[in-house]
Design a protein around this ligand. Structure first.
Ligand code: 3H9
Length: 705
């Protein structure tokens, strides 16, 4: 049987090579191979020094995450590393690419560490709800000090080779052929009479309680609602409070426990879901992405400007088109202002700004787009206008150029039909601010060509966004599921709940921001205009989006006018109760015959908002608008502030049980109107079968393969 771990011995130096593409994730085969290699070398007296390195694009990117949550075949990595670290010869570990989590833990069990100058080292476990479990929490503090170690675990971000050297995590940064450098380094050690240097034998200076509290407070802000940072602190504390062996045992209990938490399951689900989104049935390698080097953007408003920034940040040239010079100058000035704000925050240098601004040019003529490979239209939602723009783009753009719309509501099939190249038309739905938000809905029409979809996915990756495929429907995946969610929030305000009551229940659940605060931030007028343009969409219930209309009627548009669902002091986003609005909403409720109540609990807010959203998600799945439940979860966690530790709405539904969701929907169906609360047939079916969205998706994928 072939093994991913091999040994070559030359001139008394054994080079252990791990070769398991794509990222050398530490699978059972690697653990077995490394154990066998260590046992073999332990008794080979002809071997004077050992090098460990990886083949391929990276050193080990951590434990094999796909093994978590089920039976983990022996041997355990922590035990393998005890044997490895005990080798009698000096061990040099040579790192390149992204050495992450368990990968760094392997390096820590070596005696010396060198790294290629492009290498990055980090512990991303906290983003997976896991505490490092291969003795990292005991070895890293011994090597780089408790504070630096804890910061690395709590932060989750990787550091570059030079920084790792400054921390004492590696001994030397090297360039050129890594294997040669590692062998030379080992020879030098041997020539200098250096032997093993085991991290476990080092002592750790304790970290003060005050400093621990400060790091804890910072971590709580960075990882809201997640218990992992607290567990990290517990494990690292053992590095100075307990002898190494006892610390190892404690870490084992804590790390194994962390793997079993619901938050870890949720975050691991997202890890794989975020990678699966780009797999589109029917699209293969033969559908090679088109070359996209020059972008055109129609409309230099907030959205167009943000999109231009997203491309310029990735080094891609963007031409911004607007109707006249004044509008264009306003748009470009806003882009510069946004970049300058990043400089003030220390996120980029003035030279970076100039380099990015040089990639964004303005024009008032569509003829400037004749060389564009892709044009994205980002004007306001008006079908007539968009059709005109697309007909014009069709005329000026070269054959093969892709034409995209950033619409969030309109039928893109109709827009495509306004061109003679419907196969080259699709939706690219960015989220505001477009240079920041990770989500990109890629909306495929009935006619979009496969290679155009493939291009959109490739481009999303290039501009560091997560592309999720949607079919055309009102609101696509994200906004369509927002409709019932917002419907219930607005209705509860009419029933007598305060906006703060609704939003705090949602924020307590894990939404980054309650939906009513979101409306105030985005502008109450935005939702009202969308409804006015789509009178046939949504619910027939007279309470539907009524609260928005009451506020809009008073000119209370949210933060921009200082009043909306909440009241705001000038220049502040802090929410205060808006008594006048509450009074008007109560009067509106009376007019509509909505019974006022004082017993709306946080539980009811969650059930009504989240279950109705899940129900719409089930419809989206049966209609094939989204490919998989995981795709919906990615949309919600990367674009709508749904807590990652909840895993997204569909994963959450599976966790609480689809029968629970269905029972809730039926309960509210009896209390309110049955139309809004009609359960999705897929939800009814899966609940009856005792199944889940995950199981349904897995069965479908299996039958398709
Ligand atoms: C850990 O180590 C805990 C320890 O304390 C030990 C406890 C006992 N496992 O992202 P990409 C797959 S926890 C399994 O598209 P990139 C990935 O699914 C772990 N699979 O490439 C994808 O598969 P597919 C800590 C993994 O170049 C393929 O590799 N480590 C793993 O954009 C390519 O991945 C992490 O959290 C894995 N660990 O980015 C690191 N990693 O092609 C997680 C990747 O079938 N990984 N795959 O879709 C990453 O951050 C990125 O993958 C990396 C490469 C930066 C390495």
């Amino acid at each position: 049987m072939s093994t991913p771990v091999s040994i070559q011995i030359e001139d008394g130096i054994a080079v252990i090579t791990i070769d398991s593409p794509p990222v050398n994730a530490i699978s059972a085969a690697i653990r077995r191979g490394l154990l066998a290699a260590s046992e073999q070398l332990a008794t080979d007296t002809s071997v004077k020094g050992v090098v460990l390195l990886c083949a391929g694009r990276t050193f080990m990117a951590g434990a094999d995450i796909s093994e978590f949550g089920g039976f983990m075949p022996p041997p355990e990595l922590r035990n393998v590393l005890t044997v490895f670290e005990s080798l009698p010869q000096p061990i040099v570990v040579a790192l390149h690419g992204t050495a992450l989590g368990g990968g760094v833990e392997v390096a820590l069990a070596g005696h010396y560490r060198i790294a290629d100058k492009g290498a990055k080292l980090g512990f991303p476990e906290v983003t997976l709800g896991i505490v490092p479990g291969a003795v990292g929490t005991q070895r890293l503090p011994r090597l780089i000090g408790a504070e630096n170690a804890l910061k690395m675990f709590l932060d989750g971000k990787a550091v570059g080779a030079e920084e790792a050297k400054a921390l004492g995590l590696i001994d030397e940064v090297v360039e050129g052929d890594l294997r040669t450098a590692a062998v030379d380094y080992t020879k030098k050690l041997l020539a200098a009479g250096k032997g093993p240097r085991r991290v476990r034998d080092l002592q750790v200076a304790p970290l003060s309680e005050e400093r621990i509290s400060e790091l804890r407070a910072q971590a709580r802000k960075q990882h809201k609602g997640v218990i992992t940072p607290e567990l990290d602190i517990l494990a690292v504390r053992a590095s100075w409070e307990l002898p190494f062996e006892q610390g190892l045992a404690l870490e084992r209990a804590i790390s194994d426990g962390s793997l079993a938490t619901p938050e870890s399951k949720a975050m691991r689900h997202l890890f794989f879901a975020e990678r699966e989104v780009a797999e589109v049935p029917g699209i293969s390698k033969a559908d090679a992405p088109r070359d996209v080097k020059r972008i055109g953007i129609i409309g230099s408003g907030t959205m167009g400007g943000g999109i231009a920034m997203a491309f310029a940040n990735a080094g891609i040239h963007a031409t911004l088109i607007d109707i006249d010079q004044a509008a264009l100058e306003r748009g470009l000035a806003t882009v510069r202002k946004n970049y300058d704000a990043s400089v003030k925050r220390g996120r980029m240098t003035a030279a970076d700004v100039e380099q990015r601004m040089s990639l964004i040019v303005g024009s008032t003529s569509y003829d400037s787009l004749k060389d564009a490979d892709l044009v994205i239209e980002a004007v306001f939602e008006d079908m007539g206008l968009k059709k005109k723009i697309f007909a014009e783009l069709d005329r000026v753009c070269k054959p093969g150029a892709i034409l995209a719309t950033n619409t969030s509501t309109l039928d893109i099939n109709l827009i495509a039909a306004a061109t003679k190249r419907p196969q080259d038309v699709l939706g690219l739905h960015f989220f505001s601010p477009a240079n920041v938000m990770r989500l990109l809905e890629i909306v495929r029409t009935d006619t979009t060509a496969n290679d155009v979809v493939a291009t959109a996915f490739a481009l999303a990756k290039k501009i560091r966004k997560i592309g999720v495929l949607s079919k055309v429907c009102f609101g696509f995946i994200g906004n369509r599921m927002m409709d019932p969610y917002a419907r219930e929030a607005q209705r509860m305000v009419l029933e007598g709940a305060t906006p703060a009551q609704v939003d705090s229940a949602l924020e307590g659940f894990g939404m980054a921001m309650g939906i009513l605060a979101v409306f105030d931030m985005a502008g109450v007028d935005v939702g009202v205009k969308v409804r006015a343009a789509n009178p046939d969409k949504g619910s027939p219930d007279p309470t539907f989006y009524r609260a928005d209309q009451v506020l809009y009627g008073q000119g209370w548009l949210g933060q921009k006018s200082g009043k909306g669902y909440y009241k705001y002091e000038a220049g502040s986003r802090e929410r205060h109760p808006h008594e006048e609005a509450l009074k008007l909403l109560a009067e509106e409720a009376q007019k509509l015959g909505v019974a006022r109540r004082s017993d709306i609990s946080a539980q009811e807010v969650l059930e009504r908002c989240i279950y109705s959203m899940i129900n719409e998600g089930a419809r989206i799945l049966e209609e094939g608008v989204a490919l998989r439940p995981g795709d919906i979860d990615v949309v919600y966690t990367s674009g709508y502030g749904f807590a990652r530790w909840r895993g997204g709405p569909m994963f959450y539904a599976d966790q609480i049980g689809l029968d629970t969701v269905l029972a809730g929907i039926q309960k509210y169906g009896k209390r309110f109107n049955a139309v809004d609360w009609t359960p999705a047939p897929l939800l009814v079916k899966l609940a009856a079968e005792g199944s889940s969205f995950t199981a349904w998706a897995a069965a479908r994928a299996k039958s398709a393969s």
